[in-house]
Design a protein around this ligand. Sequence first.
Ligand code: DX5
Ligand code: ZN
Length: 218
Amino acid sequence: MNKLSPSMLSIDFGNIEENIKKVRDAGSDYIHVDVMDGVFVPNISFGPPVIQYVKKAAGDMPLDVHLMIVEPERYVDAFKKSGADLLTIHYESTKDVRAVVKLIKDAGMKAGVSIKPATPVSVLKGLLGEIDMVLIMSVEPGFGGQSFIEETYEKLREVKALIKAEGAGCDVEVDGGVSLDNLEQILEAGANVIVAGSAIFKNDIEKNVKMFKDIMNG
Ligand code: DX5
Ligand code: ZN
């Protein structure tokens, strides 16, 4: 099943509660929460205290938390307590990815692993059967509103082939530069969880969600 995960990075923080409810009521499957520490990426966003508040506003819409922080193992419990349902770490952010995946699952959350544009899909060999989702970054992590990197299509096909070869069943999420113009091509290449920030939180939010979902349910 295809799922839509609007990225909160582009939300109007002055009306955060109202806008979270808008994307939820229009049919979003998750809310995507980008956590940045100013070290793993050159930007700082927010952490557990804000996420706790997002959780309340989101109601039954699960939180898809994307950690762009170094040593994520130090904060697994804090994100669990703040309400994360799915916790994704970066392959490049920790020495022992498998150990952190285990921590996340033991804490009762779904686990995701993300790779940056320059990281090859081959690093995920042997790992796909242990995780719930793989996140292929289609921009350099750090900022919303960037252009989709075209090489991502090939990476999506590669990761789908690897999932099949390993008999794994994880979701494939894509994040960065997704719009109504490239959505179909992204789905065709193999993604089934779609993150979109600037394309959703502009003009008519409900209409944007519906237009995305129409193509995704196509
Ligand atoms: C970037 C974040 C994305 C970002 C996507 O590091 O991981 O989730 O918000 O924004 P758009 O959809 O505007 O490229
Ligand atoms: Zn993200």
